[in-house]
Design a binder for this molecule. Structure first.
Ligand SMILES: Nc1nc2c(ncn2[C@@H]2O[C@H](COP(=O)(O)OP(=O)(O)O)[C@@H](O)[C@H]2O)c(=O)[nH]1
Ligand SMILES: [Mg+2]
Length: 446
């Protein structure tokens, strides 16, 4: 069983550094000031658990799966009404918050979805005292297949998720309409993704295996894992509501699905933490000797992540999430991480621009040859080059110092392009072209 990385030491280092800068008797110099603000950003990223979005077509079984993961019936099942994205996060007591992208949120007492929905929010956060949520956040994203709600759903996916679980009925796995949607989602999500074949109880075993193989070999969809599940049976077993709950639990497919989920979540977190540690080494460590660092805090023992709703005595389910054994903390001074294999070497500023221009030329070539002859195809092609370039930038260890702004520009452009794919106006291609031109302009200033 994979374990989530132990980041207590990194968190402690960043907190001590932030405190040391704040306690300086005089204003910090500009470089130290910038390092402090970098430390705050890195700390926020380390303190945010892996965010897992559960999405797919209406009726696929997203909310049922979310409830199984929570061990509580908190997501609404069987509703066709599109709801805003619902984030389930850890809280010591039950909370509900209606949130908007552009204004302050509003809190409600306890779990009160109806009261929050009446406010017509962009998203709803539900605080649950569930052990799984100490390491993961779950986001139920509906409406992706409902015109008028699709853009909100994609916005939620781009803003609220690190890992994607795509639910697809096992009797209609990855139909064309699903593939069209999957391909529009950000690369950074689809490369950390799990396809769950729901309603597995309605499909014979051999057909299920065929469906899984077909999906695994499907070019372009890019799911890392495929797992079948019969969620109501898993839930029934979890409740102990069967003659032989242990067998029902095993046969429901829940153990494999949950193991795949943990694997994709921990791999994603490891990559993210490695990136943060590289940034700590570059942006924070060189400044440690400029401030009197306060003494090391006594590291709190990490909370064990245990089985779904593990505090409830259940006869059937075996523990799904093993307690994470803290890994050896990375040495403060040398957070060495192996470079990603196969990444394109884009390092010096001239090379950065040349590499970008080469990708633009490829897109141009596709338009010239007639391969791209529609607005939407152009937007998709443009989004793909932005997303690929962004991946290479983000994975590159040899980027010149201080280029976080460039990565942020590309991330923003990528999100905008994804949303453009859901616009139906005639201007989408020219908007995409304008974004490409702005990125080229940004690169000229590196
Ligand atoms: N037989 C069967 N029914 C399921 C399964 N998963 C979900 N359902 C049912 O499918 C319907 C839609 O489920 P829901 O979780 O609301 O789907 P959502 O719209 O994707 O959130 C409900 O009636 C569920 O009980 C499954 O694995 N097998
Ligand atoms: Mg639902």
């Amino acid at each position: 069983m994979a374990h989530l990385p132990n980041v207590q030491q990194d968190i402690s280092l960043l907190r001590r550094f932030i405190r040391a800068v704040a306690d300086l008797p005089t204003d910090p110099n500009p470089q130290l000031d910038a390092a402090e603000s970098n430390a705050e950003t890195l700390l926020r990223r380390l303190e945010t658990p892996v965010r897992i979005a559960v999405t797919g077509l209406s009726g696929a079984g997203k909310s049922s799966l979310v409830n199984l993961l929570l061990g509580e019936e908190l997501a609404r099942i069987g509703t066709t009404e599109p709801l805003p994205a619902i984030v389930f996060h850890h809280a010591d007591s039950a909370t509900t918050t209606a949130g908007w992208w552009d204004r302050p949120s509003k809190d409600f007492v306890g779990h009160d979805l109806d009261a929050a929905l009446k406010e017509n929010p962009d998203l709803i956060s539900i605080g649950v005292d569930s052990p799984i949520l100490k390491s993961l956040q779950l986001v139920d994203v509906s409406g992706l297949d409902q015109p008028g709600h699709d853009k909100d759903a994609v916005l939620a996916l781009t803003q609220l998720a690190d890992v994607l679980i795509w639910c697809s009925r096992a009797d209609a796995p990855l139909s064309d309409d699903q593939l069209r949607l999957v391909k529009m989602l950000p690369n950074r999500l689809t490369k950390n993704s799990l396809l769950v074949l729901t309603h597995a109880d309605g499909v014979p075993e051999d057909q299920l295996e065929e469906a899984a193989v077909e999906v695994e070999n499907h070019p372009g969809a890019g799911f890392l894992y495929v797992a079948p599940i019969a969620t109501p049976q898993a839930w029934q077993a979890f409740q102990g509501d069967a003659d032989d709950p242990a067998t029902l639990w095993a046969e429901s497919g829940a153990p494999d699905t949950l193991a795949c989920l943990m694997e994709v979540a921990t791999n994603t977190r490891h990559k993210e933490v490695a990136k943060i540690q590289r940034n700590i080494a570059k942006q924070i460590i060189p400044f440690l000797n400029q401030v009197p660092m306060p003494p090391e805090e006594v590291a709190p023992t990490p909370e064990p992540v245990s089985a779904i709703a593990s505090d409830v005595e259940k006869p059937a389910p075996e523990p799904v999430l093993a307690e994470p054994e803290p890994e050896d903390p990375v040495d403060e001074a040398t957070p060495e991480v192996a470079p990603t294999e196969g990444q394109i070497e884009i390092s010096g500023s001239a090379v950065l621009l040349d590499e970008w221009l080469a990708r633009l030329a490829e897109l141009h070539e596709r338009v010239d040859s007639g391969e791209i002859d529609e607005n939407q195809d152009f937007v998709q092609g443009a989004q793909e080059i932005v997303s690929d370039y962004l991946d290479d930038l983000a994975d590159n260890d040899d980027l010149p110092e201080g280029l976080d702004w460039l990565i942020a520009d590309y991330e923003k452009a990528n999100d905008l392009m994804i949303l453009l794919q859901f616009e139906s106006s005639d201007h989408t291609a020219s908007d995409a072209a304008r974004i490409l031109a702005q990125l080229t302009d940004s690169l000229c200033h590196v």
